[in-house]
Design a protein around this ligand. Structure first.
Ligand code: ATP
Ligand code: MG
Length: 151
């Protein structure tokens, strides 16, 4: 199994989460998904928003990546960042990038709590552009620090 397939499996819901619909939210979600439109869910705590998204991910056979948004969440927490690994810097996808790459549903829980710089990242994904821009500073593309054998 390739790494991509294994990752996709890890985010796939295998058993149907029970969801009792209260209106036409299921066909609405399906229509939005086929038109690649984002959806905003609003409702009091416990009304079934999370369960609905889980149910729809199962129904649409799409992986589901959930991000709990809060005021300390930065754009780089969503997109990804370079991290040091051995003597190299390696790019590590954030949950939003991972979701885009694998065609997953990305559920931004409590998105109203998110900082402005994180919502700026989400705009080009949710408007007509449907793209996620990742800026890799050229200086960081290759090995940044050589730690081994230093001294
Ligand atoms: N329509 C529904 N069908 C089936 N179960 C439901 C439904 N609505 C709520 N539940 C039940 O209520 C529980 C809480 O729902 P859920 O976690 O989806 O709420 P929420 O709207 O995401 O709340 P919060 O805003 O606190 O995150 C679920 O785990 C599920 O057991
Ligand atoms: Mg919830």
């Amino acid at each position: 199994m390739s790494d991509d397939t294994a990752l996709k499996r890890a985010y796939t819901i295998d058993t149907e989460p029970f969801y009792l619909d209260s209106g036409d939210e299921i066909p609405l979600f399906e229509a939005a998904a086929s038109a690649r439109l984002p959806i905003m869910l609003k409702g009091p705590t416990g009304c079934g928003k999370t369960r609905f998204v889980e149910h729809m991910a199962f129904r649409l056979k799409r992986p589901l990546i959930t991000v709990a948004c809060h005021e300390d969440l930065f754009a780089s927490d969503l997109i990804g960042r370079y991290l040091l690994k051995d003597d190299e810097t390696v790019w590590v996808d954030g949950p939003l990038t991972r979701a885009v790459r694998m065609g997953a549903i990305c559920y931004l829980d409590e998105v109203v709590e998110a900082r402005k710089d994180t919502t700026v990242v989400i705009h080009p994904l949710t408007d007509n552009r449907r793209t996620l821009s990742i800026e890799h500073p050229p200086a960081l593309r290759g090995p940044l620090l050589r730690l081994s054998g230093a001294g």
